[in-house]
Design a binder for this molecule. Structure first.
Ligand code: PFF
Length: 459
């Protein structure tokens, strides 16, 4: 290991200023479109509470240990994802590839994620104008199709979203990331509770709660396990260096395991709250709980159109969804920005602008997946679906697998214990021991089995 680099962290490197700021930024990264667009539907269609159980197991045995690992490595090295692995790995071993794969994943995820955020942003404006509030499926369908099949609109809304994200990133770690998430997270929570209360107080809401919470083990398949694991990686923003990058801004006295537990469970609470805000209303008005984009952009407008003061609640709903996407997007963009700043000594401004422009160029592949590139398919998927599938189900789990192996088998218990107890200042030795054992054996075996099984390499 390059000892000097570890012991003498880069001076003048930004750090999150307060504990609350750390929590807001890290939770801001975890909470995102995943809570609203992925989690509730996946839980509902894979056996409700049965899937929830599998997800919690994935979170405890995979997601949290990998998050702790990433935050720790980042804080010790005080570097971007690639340099962190370079600094901490034994000389000549290519562990930096994990960081490089992370930068690639950031681009792949941002390509489709920024497009969904762009639709959400467009829907805030459309909802205010009132054009999409209708119970007629023809109206909601043509509004959504009109948006996604129009290449100009798809690109321009994506650029607007990227400009907002780029602006926050450009303001830096404290003013930008910490400042924005500290303001946005409480607003998000309040808005979600408002919509949640509206939803469960509707007559006939019980069926929606049953969809989400009634355990149906019969609906669990081998694929459900891969989905739950992929979701745990995607939800907790781990497996690709985001948490390495954020960990590099953590203060030395921050309790890393405590933070990771708090973030994971708060994120789960937000997902459940999102499910409570969506499904009771969906069932109360007799709609089908369909997947992904159509749930957000077709069903939800109809649901709101069916309720009193629906237009107000719909505007609130899309604003909260957009707010959720912001914290996640800035954490994704920060991965390449931190790398460019440190590797090529670029100013924050140049690094932020060039990253956002590169994402805009690359993101066009996803943005145009419903229009000009609708017929271009790889492995039977459009670019949009391909980026989504390969990141959640392959790249992030692989990244997490190698990160777990690196910290437990290569870096070793002594260093882990020193880093996680803050050099003995925290009385959390048993937690550290449990985490170490999990990372050494359980996480690698579990990720390998689920990956091989989910990808049908073993049956
Ligand atoms: N956790 C975010 C969500 O659930 O929407 C998505 C995400 C953000 C994934 C950051 C990966 C990442 F590095």
């Amino acid at each position: 290991m390059d000892k000097e680099a570890v012991e003498k962290p880069t001076i003048n490197r930004a750090k999150f200023a307060t504990s609350l700021g750390v929590l807001a930024a890290t939770l801001g990264s975890a909470v995102g479109l995943g809570n609203i667009w992925k989690f509730p539907y996946l839980a509902g269609s894979n056996g409700g509470a049965a899937f929830l159980l599998v997800y919690i197991v994935c979170m405890l045995l995979i997601g949290i240990p990998v998050m702790v690992t990433e935050l720790t490595l980042g804080r010790v090295a005080r570097s971007n994802a690639i340099a962190t692995m370079q600094k901490l790995a034994p000389k000549g071993q290519p562990w930096w590839l994990i960081g490089a794969a992370g930068v690639l994943s950031a681009f792949l995820i941002m390509a489709f994620y920024s497009e969904v955020a762009a639709w959400v942003f467009a829907y805030i404006i459309k909802a205010i104008q009132g054009g999409i509030l209708s119970t007629d499926p023809e109206v909601t369908k043509s509004a959504f199709n009109g948006l996604v099949t129009d290449p100009t609109q798809s690109l321009i809304w994506q650029w607007i979203d990227l400009a907002i994200v780029g602006f926050i990133i450009l303001l830096g770690v404290n003013k930008g990331i910490e400042g924005a998430t500290k303001k946005l997270m409480p607003i998000l929570l309040i808005l979600l509770i408002v919509v949640g209360i509206r939803s469960i107080t509707l007559p006939g809401a019980g069926e929606g709660l049953a969809f989400l919470f009634q355990p149906d083990f019969g609906k669990l398949t081998a694929a459900s396990f891969l989905i739950a694991m992929g979701l745990a990686f995607f939800k907790l923003s781990v497996g690709m260096g985001t948490m390495i990058t954020y960990g590099s801004y953590f203060r030395d006295d921050q309790d890393i395991p405590g933070t990771a537990f708090r973030v994971a469970f708060s994120d789960l609470a937000v997902s459940l709250l999102a499910g409570i805000a969506i499904f009771p209303a969906v069932f109360a008005f007799g709609y089908e709980p369909n997947a992904g984009p159509s749930l957000l952009f077709l069903t939800i407008p109809s649901v709101f159109a069916s309720m009193p003061l629906g237009n107000v609640f719909m505007v609130i709903f899309f604003i909260l969804t957009f707010i959720a996407s912001i914290g996640a997007q800035i954490s994704l963009v920060e991965v390449p920005v931190a790398f460019l700043e440190e590797k090529f000594h670029l100013s924050r401004k140049v690094a932020s602008i060039s990253t956002v422009v590169a994402i805009a160029v690359f993101g066009a592949l996803a943005a145009l997946s419903n229009s000009l590139l609708a017929d271009v398919k790889l492995l039977g998927m459009t670019f949009f679906d391909l980026f989504d599938y390969t990141t959640s189900n392959i790249l992030l789990p692989l990244g997490g697998l190698f990160i777990a192996i690196f910290i437990s088998w290569v870096w070793g218990k002594k260093k882990i214990t020193a880093a996680l107890t803050n050099d003995g200042k925290l009385a959390n030795t048993w937690i550290v021991n449990v985490l170490y054992g999990t990372l050494l054996v359980v996480t690698p075996i579990l990720v390998t089995i689920v990956l091989l099984n989910g990808l049908k390499i073993i049956q």
